[in-house]
Design a protein around this ligand. Structure first.
Ligand code: FAD
Ligand code: DLZ
Ligand code: SF4
Length: 508
C-alpha cells in the first residue's frame, strides 16, 4: 500500500500520481500546513483559495471512491510541513512508499525527497511540453527565446496550423494588438462566485489565523472547484476573448481585468487544463467567434510563455531565484504593501488592485511595479518575495522566471533579450493613469517630474558597463550621449533625489 501525495496546486483528477495509484488500497494524503501557508506572507485570498480548493478536491476524490486523509490547518494534530505530514501518515499506515507528482517548486521538491521515505516521483504531465522536450529544444542554442520555442510547440501540437504553415500566414499577430484602452469600451464583467459553506468556513479560518497577512479577504468571489473554474473559462471565451489581443497591453484606472482571462489561478492550481484552454480558444476561432489576432495571442501566452518559463525554471535550477546580475540592493519601498504611501498614480492603482483581488494583469506586473523596481534598483530577491506573496496565481516555477528573468533582468539575459526599462512615456501611452497623477509625465526632471523619467536614465547610466554592449540598448545610450551636459547632470541629480527619498523611506 502506498501514500499518494496531492499538493495544493495538484488539484487535478488525472494527476500522474493518482493515475498510477490503486484506489482500492492506496491512501491520498492532503494537508493544510503552516510552512506552505507562511513561507512568504501570502495574500489572504491566496491562502483561502488554496485551502478551499483543496477541501473541494478532497471531496471530489472521496466521491470518486478514494480514501483521502485530509489534515485541516486548525486540526490540533495538524503537521507543520508537507514532509512532516508524510512522516506522520507513513507511521500511521505502516508504509514508507509514497507516490508523488513532481512538485512545482525546487524548495519543496528537495524537502520531500530528503525524507527517509521511499519517494516515487512521476512527471507532471499537465504541462503541454515535457522537461525533456524543452531541454532538447534548448540544448546547444546560444540564446533561448520564447518565440522560437513557441513555433516549435505550434508545430508539435498542430495548434493554429495549416499543414506546416501557421494559420493566416504569420506566427504572431502582435502588430494588430497593443492598442491603448478607451473609456467608452464595453468591459465584460468577471463571473462572481458565491462562497459555499466549505469556502465560508475557510474564510473564517483565514481571518482568524492569518490576520497580519496582506490583502483583502472579503468579498471573496473566486471559484474554488472545477465546475466554477470552468464556468469562468466559458464566460471568458464568450465575452472577452474576441478583444483579448487588441487590448492585451492596455491599462485603465478602476478596470482591473479588461479583456484578460483571469484564469491563471485556476490553471496553476490544476482546476483547469492548459491544453484544453488552448483547444477552446482555437475552436472559438474555427467557429468564427473570435479573430485570429486574439486567439493566437491567447494561445501564445499559454503554449508559448507559460511552457517556456516552466522549462527555464527547471533548467536553471534552485539558484536561479538568487540571481542578481545588476547587483541591485535597494529595499522594497513600503508602498508595495500600502498604496496610500505613494503619489505615483500608476503604482498606487496596480498595488491597490493587487491587494484587493490578488490579481494584476501582465503589463501592470511588468511595466508598472516591475519597471519601477528595476529603475529604482530594488533587490530582485525582495521583489520576488513580494510577487510570490501577493498574487493568487503565484508559485515559484512561474513567478521566478517572470520576476528574476523577464522583469528584473537579474539572470543577465537568460529569459529576455533586454531589460524592460522604460520612462513614463510608455505608461502614458498605454493607460489613463497619468491624467490623474500628482506628477507630470511630460516633465523630464526636477520637482513634479514623473519619477520614471529621471530614474530611467539613471538606470542606464548606473548599469552602462553591463548593458551598453547589448545591441538592443545601443539606441538608448546614443540618445543619452547626445543629450547636453547640463540636462544630463540635472537628470542624474533629480534621480539621486528620488533614490535618496526611497532609501530613507520618504514619500515618492
Ligand atoms: P491572460 O492575460 O488572460 O493570459 C492568458 C494566460 O497565459 C494566463 O492565464 C497565464 O496562464 C498565461 N500567461 C500569460 N503570460 C504569462 C507569462 N509571462 N508566464 C506564464 N504564463 C503566462 N503568471 C502566473 O501564472 N503566476 C505568477 O506568479 C506570475 N508572476 C508574474 C510576475 C511578473 C513580474 C510578470 C511580468 C508576469 C507574471 N506572470 C505570472 C505572468 C502573467 O502576468 C500572468 O500569467 C497573467 O497576468 C495572469 O492573468 P490572466 O489569467 O488574466 O492572463
Ligand atoms: C500555496 C499553498 C498554500 C498557501 N498552502 C498549501 C498547503 O497548506 N498545503 C499544500 O499542499 N499546498 C499548499 N500550497 C501550494 C504549495 O505551496 C505548492 O504545492 C508548492 O509551492 C509547489 O508548487
Ligand atoms: Fe506613473 Fe509617471 Fe504617469 Fe504618474 S506620471 S501615473 S508616476 S507614469
Amino acid at each position: 500500500m502506498k501514500l499518494v501525495l496531492v499538493l495544493g496546486d495538484q488539484l487535478t483528477p488525472s494527476l500522474s500520481a493518482l493515475r498510477a495509484a490503486d484506489k482500492t488500497q492506496d491512501v491520498v494524503i492532503m494537508a493544510e500546513v503552516r510552512d506552505e501557508a507562511t513561507y512568504v506572507r501570502h495574500h489572504k485570498k491566496k491562502i483561502a483559495f488554496t485551502f478551499a480548493a483543496m477541501r473541494h478536491f478532497a471531496q471530489e476524490l472521496q466521491a470518486d471512491g478514494w480514501n483521502v486523509v485530509y489534515s485541516r490547518y486548525d486540526d490540533p494534530a495538524a503537521s507543520e510541513s508537507i514532509p512532516a505530514a508524510l512522516l506522520t501518515q507513513a507511521q500511521a499506515f505502516k508504509t514508507d512508499k509514497v507516490l508523488t507528482t513532481q512538485c512545482g517548486e525546487h524548495r519543496l521538491r528537495s524537502a520531500i525527497t530528503d525524507t527517509p521515505l521511499a519517494i516515487e516521483t512521476l512527471p507532471d504531465d499537465r504541462f503541454i511540453s515535457t522537461t525533456e522536450n524543452f531541454n532538447t529544444w534548448a540544448d546547444g542554442r546560444k540564446q533561448l527565446r520564447m518565440e522560437y520555442f513557441y513555433r516549435d510547440m505550434r508545430r508539435k501540437t498542430g495548434l493554429l496550423m495549416e499543414g506546416d504553415r501557421p494559420e493566416g500566414g504569420h506566427w504572431n499577430y502582435d502588430k494588430d494588438n497593443r492598442k491603448p484602452a478607451k473609456r467608452d469600451l464595453f468591459f465584460p464583467r468577471q463571473l462572481e462566485h458565491t462562497p459555499d459553506q466549505i469556502t465560508e468556513t475557510v474564510l473564517d479560518l483565514v481571518e482568524q489565523h492569518f490576520p497580519k497577512h496582506p490583502g483583502n479577504l472579503r468579498p471573496f468571489l473566486l471559484a474554488t472547484d472545477r465546475q466554477g473554474a470552468e464556468r469562468s473559462a466559458a464566460t471568458f471565451f464568450e465575452t472577452a476573448l474576441p478583444l483579448f489581443g487588441d487590448f492585451q497591453d492596455a491599462m485603465l484606472s478602476g478596470e482591473a481585468f479588461l479583456y484578460h482571462s483571469v484564469l491563471s489561478t485556476y490553471l496553476n492550481a490544476g482546476l483547469l487544463d492548459a491544453r484544453q484552454l488552448c483547444d477552446q480558444a482555437a475552436a472559438a476561432y474555427a467557429a468564427g467567434k473570435a479573430p485570429l489576432n486574439a486567439v493566437e495571442g491567447y494561445i501564445r501566452q499559454i503554449l508559448g510563455w507559460r511552457e517556456f518559463v516552466r522549462g527555464i525554471y527547471d533548467r536553471e535550477g534552485p539558484n536561479y531565484t538568487a540571481r542578481n546580475h545588476l547587483s541591485a540592493t535597494g529595499a522594497l519601498p513600503p508602498f508595495y504593501w500600502d498604496p496610500s504611501a505613494t503619489d505615483m498614480a500608476c503604482v498606487k492603482s496596480a498595488v491597490a488592485q493587487t491587494l484587493e483581488y490578488g490579481y494584476a494583469h501582465h503589463i501592470q506586473r511588468l511595466m508598472v511595479t516591475g519597471t519601477f523596481a528595476l529603475l529604482a534598483g530594488v533587490d530582485p530577491y525582495a521583489l520576488h518575495e513580494w510577487y510570490l506573496a501577493v498574487y493568487t496565481d503565484a508559485y515559484e516555477w512561474v513567478e521566478v522566471p517572470n520576476v528574476i528573468g523577464m522583469s528584473q533582468f537579474a539572470d543577465g539575459g537568460v529569459l529576455a533579450s533586454k531589460p524592460y526599462a522604460a520612462s513614463g512615456a510608455y505608461i502614458s501611452r498605454m493607460s489613463d493613469y497619468c491624467a490623474g497623477c500628482a506628477y507630470s509625465v511630460r516633465k523630464r526632471r526636477g520637482p513634479g517630474a514623473c519619477p520614471f523619467n529621471p530614474l530611467y536614465w539613471d538606470f542606464l547610466v548606473r548599469n552602462r558597463e553591463k548593458l551598453a554592449g547589448n545591441p538592443r540598448m545601443t539606441q538608448m545610450y546614443r540618445t543619452w550621449d547626445k543629450m547636453d551636459e547640463v540636462s544630463r547632470a540635472e537628470t542624474l541629480h533629480s534621480a539621486a533625489e528620488i533614490l535618496t527619498k526611497l532609501h530613507s523611506g520618504d514619500r515618492v
